[in-house]
Ligand binder design. Structure first.
Ligand code: 2P0
Length: 317
């Protein structure tokens, strides 16, 4: 039901995001409706730029290289575009996607990809849609993409409607210019199980998952409060515990889902050690082996020397 006035080409950028309170588990797989609300921080100018133009035949390019149409990336992109073809006279599309985050860091996820794709479609069609609607459209591609529509701290409201009309993201809180994220790339080993299957397996088989919705709800409120109060210690502690609790639910699934590698465990212990020595640094981990560190500008040098090879991101820079 969107009003379309087509241009030759649409293009847009969307940032990657890292959740401080994680999305894990769906109540509706077709609409990507989550079991719990989540809260993330967007990564500024790190993310995906996408260009889309109508054409006689579908074609997909990733970082300048053509992608086979039966490749998982192309299949998922084109399936998503199927939702919108009727808005464009049943067109085929040429889609060019550029990620400026190394794919191996586990950050060039579907989040920035589907957010940029929705924004590029909106640009192509001249849709005058607001952020909530665009967020819901991006959610249909990937849950976490609903959060990549916005800069800074973002909350994705789980919603309660079966049709998903109240499950969208919105910015929360003002910028926190001193906030830093450090990426510790530990292993480029391919994920054994993708997020989608991992979530479903956890929901279906993990006894520990029964406590997850209540914990995520409480953690989200604590993190929101800490954001408004600029209470970094409470934010960091809650985000770290939330991530490790998510991993506990995964490990209690069957077959067990263990995304953590030996290097991951080693660095988790190291974060605990340097924190005990007085350095205010916390961690979060997604569905993979890499660690993201959370710290403030004042400690940037100290954290960088404690963790060689760290890639530091200033989300408000
Ligand atoms: C998050 N993750 O909140 C959580 C934490 C991974 C661990 O959102 O099935 O790619 O496309 O909705 O969004 C990754 O899941 O999954 C994710 P789909 P998505 O960032």
């Amino acid at each position: 039901g969107t009003q379309t006035s087509m241009r030759e080409c649409g293009s847009a950028f969307a940032p990657s995001n890292i959740a401080l309170c994680k999305y894990w588990g769906k109540r509706d797989a077709a609409l990507n409706l989550p079991v719990n609300s989540s809260l993330s921080i967007s990564l500024g100018d790190l993310g995906t730029r996408t260009e889309i133009r109508p054409s006689d035949a579908d074609a997909v390019y990733l970082n300048g290289e053509p992608v086979a149409l039966d490749d998982a990336f192309a299949v998922r992109t084109l399936a998503f575009l199927d939702l919108f073809r009727s808005e464009f006279g049943n067109a085929s599309f040429v889609v060019r996607t550029e990620n400026n985050i190394p794919t191996a860091a586990g950050l060039a996820s579907s989040a920035s990809g589907f957010a940029a794709l929705v924004l590029a479609l909106a640009d192509l069609g001249g849709w005058g849609l607001g952020g909530r609607m665009l967020s819901m459209l991006a959610r249909l591609g990937s849950g976490s993409a609903s959060r990549s529509l916005f800069e800074g701290f973002v909350q994705w409201y789980m919603g309660t409607c079966p049709d998903g009309s109240d499950s969208f993201a919105e910015p929360v809180s003002k910028p926190w210019p001193e906030f830093r994220i450090g990426i510790l790339e530990l292993s480029s080993a391919r994920k054994p199980v993708g997020s989608r299957d991992g979530m479903n397996r956890t929901v279906e088989t993990s006894e520990l998952y029964k406590n997850w919705p209540a914990q995520a709800t409480a953690d989200l409120e604590t993190i929101r409060g800490a954001l408004f109060a600029r209470d970094f210690q409470t934010l960091g502690k809650t985000a770290e515990r939330n991530a490790l609790s998510m991993h506990a639910t995964m490990m209690a699934a069957w077959p067990p889902l263990i995304y953590l590698q030996p290097e991951t465990i080693e660095q988790i212990h190291k974060v605990q050690r340097v924190r005990a020595d007085g350095l205010e640094v916390y961690l979060t981990i997604d569905a993979g082996p890499n660690i993201k560190l959370l710290f403030l500008e004042d400690n940037e040098q100290a954290v960088a020397s404690a963790f060689p090879g760290l890639q530091t991101i200033n989300p408000f820079g």
